[in-house]
Design a protein around this ligand. Structure first.
Ligand code: FES
Length: 192
């Protein structure tokens, strides 16, 4: 039995700026790659001796952890490391919601939207934060950032405190049973 090859439209040599115009703009300063970061990346790649491509997701996580988001330069750098085309990395970044293509705000607000928190007012609370922080509409990854880069607001899934909904995180701090009044108090606290 013969198997017919499926013809896939050429995707291998599309530069990032053709995929998302404005990829190389002044909002994405060229990253300086620390030597220890590159060494860590090289070590991770050795864990995938059969196919370097399998290191794509671990490298994206490392990059985002280090630089806060995955810039077009990050996509190209990782692709070059893995001897892939940028489109191979870009498609992962756009597919998985945990990756960011833009920097988050200095004050990162995460509002739980899983069942208990949704029923407990999580959606209304997120709207409240969006208005108070002037972050506008979320991007394709659900991240909304204020024009001055001070705040970002996004939904997250269950933060494991479902009995005290709605639950949020601000940066690495965790808050339960958050009302609008408490939201105002927290914003004041983080402004300082
Ligand atoms: S549903 Fe929000 S913490 Fe679990």
């Amino acid at each position: 039995m013969s198997i017919n090859r499926v013809t896939v439209p050429a995707t291998q040599n599309i530069p990032p700026e053709a995929v998302y115009p404005g990829a190389h703009d002044s909002h994405h300063p060229a990253p300086v790659i620390p030597k220890d970061f590159e060494a860590e990346v090289d070590t991770v790649i050795t864990h995938y001796p059969v196919s370097k491509r399998s290191a794509s997701l671990p490298l994206l996580h490392l990059w985002q952890e280090k630089f806060g988001y995955v810039s077009p330069e990050g996509i190209e750098w990782i692709a070059a490391k893995l001897e892939l085309q940028p489109i191979n990395i870009l498609e992962l970044v756009t597919f998985y919601p945990m990756f960011r293509q833009h920097p988050a705000g200095k004050i990162q607000i995460k509002v739980c939207r899983t069942l208990s928190c949704a029923l407990g007012g999580g959606y209304a609370l997120c709207d409240y934060f969006r208005k108070k922080c002037n972050v506008g509409e979320p991007d394709a990854h659900g991240l909304a950032t204020s024009p001055d880069g001070k705040y970002s607001v996004e939904f997250v899934e269950c933060l494991a405190a479902c009995g005290t909904a709605p639950v949020i995180m601000i940066n690495d701090d965790f808050y339960e049973d958050v009302s609008n009044v408490k939201a105002d108090e927290l914003l004041l606290k983080y402004q300082g």
